[in-house]
Ligand binder design. Structure first.
Ligand code: PAF
Length: 280
C-alpha cells in the first residue's frame, strides 16, 4: 500500500488508473478504523480494480464545542489494518493542504441538512459535503462506499452527487454491530465500562420499534413512547432525538410508511453522543 500526502500526486495516480480503464473504489474515513470501515473496503475491493482509502479528521464538520481535538487517532494501527485488507493507496493529507489560508468555498445541501443531526449540529453537513466533494475531486473514483450507520450523511451525499451531476456511484452498506447489537463507531472508545453496557439501549430501542412494526403497529407516537421507555430503563438521562421520518425527504411521519421509513436517534451516554438507526 502506498501512502500519498499530496493532492496533485493522488490526482495523477487516479488519472493513470482511469487511462488504463481500471475502476477505482473509494472509502473516505476519519481513521481509528473498525469493522464497519473494513466492510466498506471489502465491498470496494470486490467491485473495483483498485481501492483508495482516505484518512482525514475533517475540522469543518466539528463545531467548536465538539470533540475535534480528542477524536481518536492511531495512524500506525490504521495503516496495518489497511495493508492487511489489501488497500492499494491511502490518501493521508494535512489540514493545511486541504484547507489552505484562502479557502472559502463550501457545499450546502439545503433542506435535508436542517433536520435530525442537522438540528443538533447545524454546521456539520456543510463540512461533510465540502470535504467529500474535495476528496471525490482528488481521488476521482467510479464508486464510493458509505455506511448506513450515518444514515443522514449517506442520504445527503447521494443528494449532492445527484444535484451536482457528480459522476460517481454512491454505495450504501449495512451497519456493522458488536455481538450485543451496539453499532460500531470510533466514538465507542469514549465509553466507560458502565456506559458501554448502557449503550446497547439504542439498538434495543430500535429492536422494540421493529417488533411493533412487524406486529402491524404503525403509529409513530406509540412507537416513540415505547422506544423512550426502553432507553430510560437503562437509566439514560438524555435522549437528543428519536425520529421516524420519510427515508427520502427526512420529514417526520405520523404513520410508518412500509419500505420508506427511517427510524433514527441520538442519545447521550454520559458525555458521548451516539447515533443509530433502522431502515424500514
Ligand atoms: O463518516 C465519516 O467518517 C466522515 O463524515 C467522512 C465521510 C469521512 C467525511 O469526513
Amino acid at each position: 500500500m502506498r501512502i500519498i500526502y499530496e493532492q496533485k500526486e493522488m490526482q495523477g495516480i487516479a488519472d493513470k488508473y482511469r487511462n488504463w480503464d481500471k475502476t477505482i473504489g473509494f472509502v473516505a474515513t476519519m481513521g481509528y478504523l473498525h469493522e464497519g470501515h473494513l466492510s466498506l473496503i471489502r465491498e470496494a475491493k470486490k467491485d473495483n480494480d483498485v481501492v483508495f482509502v482516505s484518512i482525514f479528521v475533517n475540522p469543518t464538520q466539528f463545531s467548536p464545542d465538539e470533540d475535534l481535538d480528542k477524536y481518536p487517532r492511531d495512524f500506525k494501527r490504521d495503516e496495518e489494518m489497511l495493508k492487511k485488507e489489501g488497500v492499494d493507496f491511502l490518501f493521508y493529507p494535512t489540514v493545511e493542504t486541504m484547507y489552505p489560508k484562502n479557502f472559502q468555498t463550501y457545499i450546502n445541501v439545503e433542506e435535508l441538512t436542517k433536520v435530525l443531526e442537522g438540528q443538533s449540529r447545524p454546521t456539520h453537513f456543510r463540512g461533510v459535503t465540502t470535504i467529500v466533494a474535495k476528496l471525490f475531486n482528488i481521488t476521482k473514483p467510479h464508486k464510493a462506499y458509505f455506511g448506513q450507520k450515518d444514515a443522514q450523511q449517506l442520504i445527503v451525499i447521494k443528494r449532492m452527487v445527484e444535484d451536482l451531476n457528480i459522476d460517481i456511484e454512491i454505495v450504501g452498506m449495512p451497519i456493522v454491530r458488536e455481538n450485543d447489537g451496539l453499532a460500531m463507531s470510533s466514538r465507542n472508545k469514549y465509553l466507560s465500562d458502565k456506559e458501554r453496557e448502557q449503550a446497547v439501549c439504542l439498538h434495543q430501542a430500535l429492536e422494540k420499534a421493529k417488533e411493533m412494526i412487524d406486529a402491524g403497529n404503525y403509529d409513530v407516537q406509540k412507537i416513540k413512547q415505547e422506544m423512550e421507555k426502553v432507553i430510560y430503563n437503562y437509566s439514560i438521562p438524555k435522549i437528543d432525538y428519536i425520529s421516524i421520518s420519510n427515508l427520502t425527504t427526512l420529514q417526520e411521519l405520523s404513520q410508518v410508511e412500509p419500505s420508506n421509513t427511517l427510524i433514527s436517534m441520538a442519545v447521550f451516554i454520559g458525555k458521548t453522543r451516539l447515533i443509530d438507526n433502522l431502515w424500514i
